[in-house]
Design a protein around this ligand. Structure first.
Ligand SMILES: [Zn+2]
Ligand SMILES: [Zn+2]
Length: 361
């Protein structure tokens, strides 16, 4: 529902939108607000395709508002800044992740945890303060409050940086918060997709020993040789599981499909931590015995605050961490969504918005 407020906004914009629950994306014209005094306007150059985009275009979570312009792994170049913008200027390389607003006054906001603010505003498909619907990065331009824009260092290629804005911070924040960032610790990464491959890279850069835990033995070579993991555990092989019992300080679980927690809890040392990052459709089954034996912790985590998002981007630039991407043209997006549904991508589709999004007359 674009509504009246949509029509009176000053800046013309265009992108691709899903118009109903079929989820099929097609060219779409809209408008954005003018650049307010604390706003940054930027030309979108690349946008990652997150798995949640796939859920949102089909209204899998029941919250979608159509037309829906997805995209919350957005990078680009600043074209205009408001008079009170302090940290960014025209020409800067910038990124926007999953959120574009929060209350700035609750306990979470005052502790740099805007991601947990009850009034946090998602980058797309949400109501903004002015009553308009937010549109994401599958579009030529965005206007965003400076507070929710991060700077991207020169040495980080923009296409490989885009997926860091959602997938990257989603794995970086729990590694830091749960203390799984110390050299010598043994960290497990369950699932080797968009999140998992970045978890391996960040955990390695933090100095930990990383084991990928996967149901697919076919991913072993890739995990060890291309991503730099130290070892690989096939979670369906009982012998391998048994041999690894009690050897992990922490495990980050990126899998959204239904799966048992029992074997993972068994892999932890005493005081080990299992961190859930995926969102399975049904509640997970939590057996208490393996949790109380060894005083283990089960935790969760969702993206990260803005201060930590900038810290993650700077850490990635410093350590040469890039997402492995398949860069695609805008008009390939529907085919990419079909492939993403089958898990057929290594490891993130990134849309080359700057070169392939055609304007609509
Ligand atoms: Zn995402
Ligand atoms: Zn707040």
């Amino acid at each position: 529902m674009t509504g009246l407020s949509e029509e009176v906004r000053p800046n013309k914009a265009f992108g691709w939108a899903a118009i109903d629950t079929s989820g099929v994306l097609s060219p779409f014209k809209f408008s954005t607000r003018g650049t307010g005094e604390k706003d940054v306007a930027f030309k979108v150059l690349y946008c990652g395709i997150c798995h949640s985009d796939l859920h949102m275009i089909k209204n899998d979570w029941g919250t979608s508002i159509y037309p829906l312009v997805p995209g919350h792994e957005v990078v680009g170049e600043v074209t205009e800044v408001g008079s009170k913008v302090q940290k960014l200027k025209v020409g800067d390389r910038v990124g926007v992740g999953c959120m574009v607003g929060s209350c700035h006054s609750c306990d979470n906001c005052t502790n740099n945890l805007e991601n947990y603010c009850p009034e946090m505003i998602f980058t797309y498909g949400a109501k903004y303060y002015d009553g308009t619907v937010t549109y994401g990065g599958y579009s030529n331009t965005m206007v965003v409050d400076e507070h929710f824009v991060v700077g991207i260092p020169e040495n980080l290629p923009l296409d490989a940086a885009a997926p860091l804005l959602c997938a990257g911070i989603t794995v970086y924040s729990p590694l830091r918060f749960y203390g799984l960032d110390k050299p010598g610790l043994h960290v497990g990464v369950v699932g080797l997709g968009g999140l998992g491959h970045l978890a391996v890279k960040f955990a390695k850069a933090m100095g930990t020993k990383v084991t990928v835990i996967s149901t697919s033995p076919s991913k072993q070579k890739e995990a060890l040789e291309n991503l730099g993991a130290d070892s690989f555990l096939v979670s369906r092989e009982q012998d391998q599981l048994r041999a690894a019992i009690g050897t992990f300080d922490g495990i980050v679980d990126t899998v959204s499909a239904q799966h048992p927690l029992l074997p993972l809890l068994g892999l932890l040392k005493s005081h080990g931590k299992l961190v859930v990052l995926g969102i399975p459709e049904k509640p997970l089954e939590l057996p208490a015995f393996p949790l109380i034996q060894g005083r283990k912790l089960l935790g969760g985590s969702m993206i990260g605050g803005m201060k930590e998002t900038q810290e993650m981007i700077d850490f990635a630039a410093e350590h040469g961490i890039k997402a492995d991407t398949e860069v695609i043209a805008m008009d390939y997006v529907n085919a990419a969504m079909d492939r993403l549904l089958k898990g057929d991508v290594k490891y993130r589709f990134v849309i080359d918005i700057g070169n392939t999004l055609k304007s609509i007359s």
